[in-house]
Ligand binder design. Structure first.
Ligand code: SF4
Length: 342
């Protein structure tokens, strides 16, 4: 798999299409993107996506794509385990379930247990539901939450549509979280201060060890700069931070590399978080990935979530905050410790 812009050659040789999804413009667009894929009609996406006893490891090198219509649960309230960036009305959207990348620590593996992807093609219903919420209050909506939409953008065009929708709805703020380094996408997107490109950044050692299929740090930094050159104010997400061997040195060098090659003036804000995962997802992932160091680490269980113990978590957060404050003011730095103390 190429890491700068994903090659779908071996992926999606089969596309399952819910009968209700036939005829939607997005279904047509995606099918024409894969003219040689075998198309199989099904009654419900769950027949494929939610089949019991699937093996992520067996599916990951030849994922199937499922096109479906989402009938309910279009927009959800954001989790307390995620940064809300002081936004009162924090929601996330489920246009796509699952991700083309293969991060070892990804909670989606615990949630779904399959490598297959679902794309919901009834985009208008997602937009209408957002409009309904906007009649009640402002909305902060994370678009890439159970997925990474950026590497799928050439196939779906979803982000451009959401960005245009955001521009025309003044009370809407959207975040696009990504590890993708495709720079062209940002050149095609309407620019707005209410559309936040949010780049997750890690040291190359962590990328190589845990974030399989994702671009290296240098390419991600180039994408940050491209988004900024277009007029966006990118968010930088140092999340999750891992206490790997020599983590202080690795993260110090990474922050220096990021900040000296971007510039604090272009950065909207930054977030810091350490690894955390719900008990149920961890249980499933430990069973499915017995040789994954980041999953098998003896984390501490607290309030239903596994993570580093309080002392190490605070040490990491303080360390990262202090390193970042060499380049950027404290009021631009968000930590989960802040959220917990609010
Ligand atoms: S990029 Fe994000 S959503 Fe995708 S596999 Fe990695 S952690 Fe999961």
């Amino acid at each position: 798999m190429r890491s700068d812009s994903l090659s779908f050659n071996k992926q999606f040789s089969h596309i399952y299409i819910e009968e209700d999804a036939a005829g939607f413009p997005l279904t047509e667009r995606i099918c024409s993107f894969f003219p040689h894929a075998e198309k199989i009609f099904v009654q419900s996406y769950k027949e494929i996506f939610s089949r019991p006893r699937q093996s992520y490891s067996a599916q990951v090198s030849s994922r199937s794509l499922i096109l479906a219509v989402k009938k309910d649960g279009l927009i959800y309230e954001g989790s307390v385990m995620c940064h809300d960036f002081d936004q009162r009305w924090f929601y996330y959207c489920t246009n796509v379930l699952n991700c083309i990348y293969d991060c070892e620590y990804c909670w989606l593996k615990g949630m779904y247990g399959t490598a297959n992807l679902v794309i919901f093609v009834n985009t208008d219903d997602f937009l209408k539901e957002t409009e309904r919420l906007l009649k009640e209050h402002p909305v902060y909506l994370c678009l890439s939450y159970e997925n990474d939409l950026v590497p799928l953008e050439n196939m779906t065009g979803l982000l451009k549509e959401w960005a245009e929708f955001t521009v025309s709805h003044p009370n809407l703020l959207t975040e696009i979280r990504t590890k993708c380094a495709d720079r062209e996408i940002w050149k095609r997107m309407p620019v707005s201060d209410r559309v936040i490109p949010a780049f997750t950044l890690s040291p190359d050692t962590v990328i190589s060890a845990y974030e399989h299929g994702t671009p290296d740090l240098k390419k991600r930094i180039e994408a940050v700069n491209t988004a900024a050159e277009q007029g966006f104010h990118p968010r930088l997400c140092f999340d999750p931070v891992f206490a790997v061997k020599d983590w202080q040195k690795l993260y110090t060098e990474m922050i220096k590399e990021v900040m000296t090659n971007t510039g604090p003036e272009i950065i909207r804000d930054v977030s810091i978080g350490t690894f955390r995962l719900s008990r149920d997802y961890m249980k499933k992932m430990r069973r499915a990935f017995p040789f994954s160091a980041c999953v098998q680490y003896p984390y501490t269980l607290k309030n239903g979530y596994y993570g580093y113990d309080d002392e190490l978590r605070k040490t990491i957060t303080e360390f990262m905050t202090n390193e970042l404050m060499k380049y950027i003011s404290k009021d631009k730095i968000y930590t989960l410790e802040d959220d917990a103390n609010e």
